[in-house]
Ligand binder design. Structure first.
Ligand code: SF4
Length: 400
């Protein structure tokens, strides 16, 4: 039985109502339990538990240090391509957005990776839009194979695939797969994904299981907060993580907490989760899942990232760029528009978007980042808070 069957049987609307109606006695009781079930998690994300944030924070902090030590694992995204066949209302890469697009060659990917390596990174997240013509399975395999020798941790955030198509990527050296469900609310999902293969909710929801069957040993999941009710999303992703821990037990599971950021297309969030609620949610995840990695990206502003760090975060990105070629300008001479899968070249000087020597990078980013501090500054901050920034946390040779 896949998670889809389990998910379909969850009374999510009733659980959200129960959470909102939770009283302070029930919230305190749940908080005092040594093992947190999904029923307890309902209480921990309640407004009543929000009043107990200080106690929750202390418990989450202690538990994180007990399980992970005083370390924060750093990683960087490397965008390979911003071509995409899907229309996702909230994403700058949507196929109907007239943005500047490019797919990096293998040499250009290596150039970008070399820059990240010189900044200290050894964990990399390869990101691409979903476009089989430009981002084929062979292309992805070749990217992974070219990076493998230098990068002990390679994760992918790309269009979902069949298990068979994932296997060559694992064989080439990729060990992690990140796939955000975006929203676990089926109605909102249908409204947000107006064209392309991504419209298939169940296919996406089963992706981590297919990736695990192919051999991926790090699985990252999340909703994108800002589309549906945050408690609905949190309960869903908690149930999803719980399922993966039971059924994909050889894999390390991570939960991210991305909130919508401004992007091309100027989509406005449909729902809101406050900074305080985000902090409460991190604590609730940590208390329910003592061993799950919690990821905080550069979507958030520096002050908030610094404040959330001690509550349960174990992984952070730093210095991130969300456009292909963002670190070195690689691929800038190839930028173009894409219409119905066909490249439309931009003549030099033909428009404000045409290639110019003075522009440091030309492709359009997926979204605006909130924390633009360079990686070394983030690492220094982590040290000042009493943690060790970890650029490379394991060696593939040790696991053979
Ligand atoms: S969210 Fe992903 S699939 Fe959707 S438009 Fe953006 S890159 Fe494409």
């Amino acid at each position: 039985m896949s998670f889809v069957s389990e998910f379909n049987s969850l009374p999510l609307d009733a659980l959200v109502k129960k959470s909102i109606a939770t009283g302070s006695v029930a919230a305190r009781e749940a908080l005092g339990k040594p093992n947190i079930s999904l029923a307890d998690f309902v209480m921990l994300i309640s407004p009543a538990a929000g009043e107990l944030l200080e106690i929750m924070g202390r418990r989450a902090h202690a538990l994180t240090q007990q399980r992970f030590g005083k370390t924060i694992r750093l990683f960087a995204p490397l965008y390979l391509s911003n071509e995409c066949v899907n229309n996702c209302s909230y994403c700058g890469f949507s196929r109907d957005n007239p943005i500047l697009r490019v797919t990096l060659s293998i040499d250009e990917v290596l150039r970008e990776a070399q820059e990240l390596k010189s900044q200290g990174f050894r964990n990399i997240l390869l990101v691409a839009g979903e476009h089989p013509k430009f981002v084929s399975n062979h292309y992805l395999r070749d990217c992974v194979a070219a990076l493998h020798a230098d990068w002990p941790g390679i994760s992918l955030e790309v269009g979902p695939m069949e298990t068979e198509n994932y296997r060559p990527l694992v064989a080439a050296g990729a060990d992690g797969l990140v796939v955000y469900q975006e929203t676990y609310d089926r109605k909102v999902y249908a409204d947000m994904h107006t064209a392309g293969p991504k419209r298939n909710f169940d296919w996406r929801l089963e992706t981590p299981e297919r990736a695990y069957a192919a051999g991926f040993r790090r699985l990252g999941i999340a909703p994108l907060y800002g589309l549906a009710d945050w408690r609905y999303e949190a309960l869903s992703v908690a149930a999803h993580a719980d399922y993966l821990l039971r059924h994909c037990w050889k894999a390390a599971v991570t939960i991210s907490l991305p909130r919508l950021r401004p992007c091309a297309g100027e989509f406005e969030p449909l729902t809101h989760i406050s900074d305080r609620e985000l902090a409460q949610l991190i604590c609730a995840f940590r208390l329910m899942f003592p061993d799950v990695g919690i990821v905080l990206s550069t979507r958030e502003e520096p002050r908030l990232r610094d404040g959330l760090l001690p509550l349960g975060v174990t992984m952070m990105s730093a210095g991130a760029r969300t456009e292909p070629g963002g670190y070195t300008g690689a691929g800038r001479e190839k930028i173009h528009h894409t219409e119905r899968g066909v490249i439309k070249e931009l003549a030099v000087g033909a428009s404000e978007w045409a290639p110019q020597a003075s522009r440091p990078t030309n492709a359009t980013g997926q979204f605006n980042v909130g924390d633009e501090r360079p990686p070394q500054e983030v690492a220094e901050l982590i040290r000042r808070l009493g943690y060790e920034p970890v650029w490379k946390d394991w060696d593939a040779a040790l696991t053979i």
